[in-house]
Design a protein around this ligand. Structure first.
Ligand code: COA
Length: 120
């Protein structure tokens, strides 16, 4: 999935996003309201592990939010299991300098209909 949101765009993650990912994600204000699987501090090794994992794992959906030509956040759908198999959790985060510009609102509006089409 690749989509332009005006000020931002959604696209697959690339291995070359590692440095920008660390810069965006290594922030307590971003980490504090996310699930425990998000490391803090967020190191270059964490970014490289995550990006390698994304190239191997095609389940669900995990997209990079690009702002001004650089990776600046993520949005994804994580499928449930067992009795939750027909549900998915929508997760998202954005680098703090870009908060309150409506970027995540636009990203959610794009990902939700796509998720209903692509998954059961
Ligand atoms: C939450 C987050 C993704 C919002 O991104 P954003 O691009 O600034 O969001 P938008 O500009 O589209 O919308 C902002 C609006 O969302 C609402 N909002 C944001 N954070 C909120 C929160 N914690 N609780 C309730 N509403 C919230 C507010 O109404 C806000 O309006 P405002 O800009 O007038 O204050 C960003 O703050 C972030 O990355 N936070 C850390 C990670 C996180 O909490 N992710 C969500 C959990 S999965």
């Amino acid at each position: 999935m690749q989509v332009s949101l005006g000020a931002a765009s959604l696209r697959p993650w690339k291995i070359e996003d590692a440095l920008a990912l660390v810069e965006a994600a290594n922030n307590r204000n971003v980490w504090i309201t996310l699930r425990d699987r998000m490391p803090h501090p967020y190191t270059l090794a964490d970014a490289e592990d995550y990006l390698q994992q994304r190239t191997r794992d095609s389940s669900g959906l995990a997209l990079c939010i690009e702002v001004a030509g650089r990776a600046a956040g993520g949005i994804g759908l994580h499928p449930g299991e067992d009795v939750s198999r027909l549900t998915a959790e929508l997760g998202f985060w954005l680098a703090e300098p870009f908060w309150h510009r409506g970027i995540i609102t636009a990203a959610v509006r794009a990902v939700v209909p796509y998720g209903f089409k692509r998954f059961r």
